[in-house]
Write a new protein. Structure first.
Length: 237
């Protein structure tokens, strides 16, 4: 823009009467200052906007990995900051067991889906256990999606390498969301995978704990008589 103003200034200097030169120079100087200040303000606004977006993205990344003791509730808590990324509402559907899928292969059929959690603005919640089983054709039809307004959804595939974990149904508020779609997919996929791994580890630990109790009982009871052996009496004393 400054180049265009400079071109006009040069043309006026060549063609304007001599008595108007000082006025033209003052106008040119004033115009350049205004344009420069405007550009500085625009850059400042852009910088502030980028800083705010980075901060909100960091909050989103943090909250998707903030798990608590109730691992099932973590599926809802990860949606805590979805609204920061221009997501009006979202719905999390998971495959009952992660499905293995390779490039150029056939996607597994007859998968069992579970509707785990949903987000509406700044609110998020788990779906009651008795309402979680759902078929794929009814993902868009549930009581948590209002029928009184039109919706535009984006389906995000949740995966890690060759394993498919589920789908995230997102309703963006603007096209700005597309710039963050990749971040959302990777981050939510990582969170779902971690929850899955932690839950599996908890199940394994529980099985080991029960086996250890059984082994401990066996070591204290005589197999033939079913009564305490020396170790059993010693521990019971």
């Amino acid at each position: 823009m400054i180049e265009s103003v400079d071109g006009c200034h040069k043309w006026l200097m060549r063609n304007a009467p001599a008595e108007n030169v000082s006025v033209i120079n003052r106008i040119f100087k004033y115009t350049v200052i205004k344009i420069s200040n405007g550009m500085i303000n625009d850059f400042k606004k852009l910088e502030d906007s980028q800083k705010e977006h980075t901060h909100l993205s960091n909050l989103f990344t943090r909250d998707t990995l903030m798990f608590n003791e109730n691992m099932a509730m973590s599926y809802a808590r990860m949606m805590n900051k979805f609204y920061c990324l221009d997501i009006k509402s979202s719905y999390l559907f998971l495959i009952d067991e992660p499905a293995e899928y390779h490039n150029n292969g056939e996607f597994p059929k007859n998968l069992k889906w579970k509707f785990m959690s949903y987000q509406d603005g700044m609110n998020f919640s788990m779906v009651p256990a008795n309402e979680r089983d759902v078929s794929s054709e009814y993902m868009y039809r549930n009581k948590y999606i209002s029928d009184s307004e039109r919706h535009t959804f984006i389906i995000a595939d949740l995966y890690s390498r060759e394993y498919q974990y589920g789908l995230l149904l997102c309703e963006p508020t603007s096209d700005k969301f597309f710039a963050d779609l990749e971040l959302v997919v990777y981050q939510v996929s990582a969170a779902v995978k971690l929850i899955n791994l932690i839950s599996e580890q908890d199940r394994i630990n529980e099985k080991l704990h029960m086996k250890n109790i059984a082994l401990e009982n066996l070591s204290e009871i005589d197999e033939m008589t079913g009564i305490y052996n020396r170790r059993g009496f010693y521990r019971a004393a």
